[in-house]
Design a protein around this ligand. Structure first.
Ligand SMILES: [Zn+2]
Ligand SMILES: [Zn+2]
Length: 177
């Protein structure tokens, strides 16, 4: 007689799968949209320069000072550059196939669940047991949190990693504390 009750329970468990990949995608789209609108206003400033030049020339006058407009365009260029860097930062992360969290592209193991990312499973193992390069790889976590208070050492391979990580991104060892 408990059939209907069971059916109701099952539905609610499958709805909780919002992935951070979707969030990243939206973030990227937002950045791309604002780059496009900055480029549009850049174009309108260039048009303005063309118009000013044309009118002055037509009237046989000296070219007026356009350095203000050039400064604005330079500012817009800087903004575009910043946004492109933000997009690049988003591209440098991958989604863990196991837990769905975002992790640095170069991590060999998911820092949250210890799973091996798919891309690495497929790729040939170039630098597997490179025990000698402990120090060289110590700061390659992608997260780049240089605050030593927020870092901890992997007890297995000595890799320095963020305290938030539950698994070593270098060797997959579970890190407690
Ligand atoms: Zn994971
Ligand atoms: Zn390790």
């Amino acid at each position: 007689m408990g059939f209907f009750e069971d059916a109701g329970k099952k539905i609610s468990t499958t709805l909780n799968t919002t992935s951070s990949k979707a969030k990243d995608y939206t973030e990227k789209r937002k950045l791309e949209t604002s780059i496009r609108s900055i480029e549009d206003s850049k174009k309108s400033y260039f048009t303005k320069i063309g118009e000013i030049t044309y009118r002055a020339n037509n009237a046989g006058e000296e070219m007026p000072d356009i350095s203000d407009i050039l400064d604005i365009i330079r500012d817009l260029d800087r903004e575009i550059e910043e946004k492109k860097e933000q997009i690049q930062a988003l591209n440098d992360r991958i989604v863990c196939p196991s837990c769905g969290k975002m992790m640095p592209k170069e991590a060999k193991f998911c820092p949250y669940c210890g799973a091996v990312p798919e891309e690495i499973q497929k790729a040939p193992n170039e630098e597997t047991a490179n025990a000698e390069t402990k120090e060289g790889s110590a700061a390659s976590d992608g997260a780049a949190s240089s605050d030593p208070a927020k870092m901890k050492l992997c007890p297995s391979c000595g890799h320095t990693t963020d305290v938030a990580n539950l698994f070593c991104p270098n060797c997959g060892e579970k890190i407690s504390e």
